[in-house]
Design a protein around this ligand. Structure first.
Ligand code: ASP
Ligand code: CP
Length: 338
């Protein structure tokens, strides 16, 4: 695909070569995320960061990524404080914000809302999550992380084994990640969910039709066996009709040190898109794994900045110019990020 000026709405847009190009650019962003170099490649550009649903890392990391390329960020953080609460349409909002910005990131609770917004926008729009549908930039950073983590174990994505655990019905990150993994060969998916929260049938059939192995199970301990990666997810309470309904499933599948040690391979990488639900009745990923070397959750969040910088650099066509305007950061202190 041609990234220049493109909307990023779904992982279905990408071919393997696009992902390779994006990851190559993401690798080149390390001196900037590590604060060794500072770039002005997007000097004068403005990101409209429009979040109509709660977010910590997607909103902030897209903002940081834009800042690290020298651009400015303007944002909305929820519906209540935006004029959508006065009845303004997505069409009008998109027309207005695209007059103020050079690129927009948009998150909204309704499936298809970002596509609708993009149709009205005069500048490229990136889907920051549209309801339970998709979260493409998360899938890209997850895949980037998987690639790096597996490489450290001398493994590649082709032929990998991944267990996805939790609310696979509403979890947009697993919808996007599993569809992105379809670009690779012979992936083995173990989908561990309560039967009411299974991965949408359409995605499961597509995975099977593309030649991947899919096992759906409610038996977590057996399902955890023999995987390169275990990818946990939170029960998506906001997608249920009531908290009570979400409570039925909360806390049903948990990973802690004892369960990990008993069932996983010694090098199984532990991932989660975050936020993990750390309340006692949920706790799908226990704090007792915090010091475990295979816990990649904060490597995922760090990688998110690299991947999001790469997206901006390619969409706004400055990928080859990032270093031209760059200089060393005077205040960098070695070891700041250890
Ligand atoms: N932060 C991710 C998302 O917005 C995952 C989650 O909220 O559970 O989809
Ligand atoms: N992973 C993710 O999308 O996190 P936020 O919901 O905090 O943005």
């Amino acid at each position: 695909m041609d990234f220049r000026g493109a909307h990023i709405l779904s992982v279905k847009q990408f071919e393997k070569a696009d992902v390779d190009r994006l990851f190559q650019v993401a690798d080149s962003m390390e001196p900037y995320t590590n604060r060794v170099r500072i770039s002005k490649a997007l000097d004068g550009a403005i990101l409209g960061n429009m979040f109509f649903e709660p977010s910590t890392r997607t909103r902030v990391s897209f903002g940081c990524a834009f800042n690290l390329l020298g651009g400015q960020v303007r944002e909305t953080t929820d519906v209540k404080t935006s004029s959508i609460s006065k009845g303004e349409s997505l069409y009008d909002t998109a027309r207005v914000i695209s007059g103020y910005s050079d690129v927009i990131v948009m998150r909204h609770p309704k499936v298809g809302s970002v596509d609708e917004f993009a149709k009205a926008s005069r500048v490229p729009v990136i889907n920051g999550g549209d309801g339970p549908n998709e979260h493409p930039s998360q899938a890209l950073l997850d895949l980037y992380t998987i690639k790096k983590e597996l490489k450290a174990n001398n493994r590649s994505i082709d032929g990998m084994r991944i267990a996805m655990v939790g609310d696979l019905k509403h979890g947009r990150t697993v919808h996007s990640l599993s569809q992105l993994l379809m670009l690779y060969d012979k992936i083995n998916f173990t989908l561990i969910t309560p039967k009411e929260l299974r991965m949408p049938e359409k995605i499961v059939s597509e995975l099977k039709a593309a030649g991947h192995d899919v096992l759906e199970t409610e038996d977590m301990e057996a399902g955890l066996n023999d995987n390169d990666t275990v990818y946990l997810t939170r029960i998506q309470e906001e997608r249920f009709t009531s908290k009570l309904e979400a409570d039925i499933y909360r806390g049903r599948f948990r990973l802690n040190k004892a369960i990990y040690t008993r069932n996983c391979q010694p090098n199984t990488v532990i991932m989660h898109p975050l936020p993990r639900d750390s309340r006692e009745d949920a706790n799908e990923l226990d704090n007792d794994l915090n010091q475990h070397p295979n816990l990649a959750i904060f490597r995922q969040t760090d990688n998110g900045v690299l991947v999001r910088m790469a997206l901006f650099a390619l969409i706004l066509d400055v990928a080859d110019k990032v270093d031209d305007s760059a200089r060393d950061v005077g205040w960098y202190t070695e070891g700041r990020f250890s």
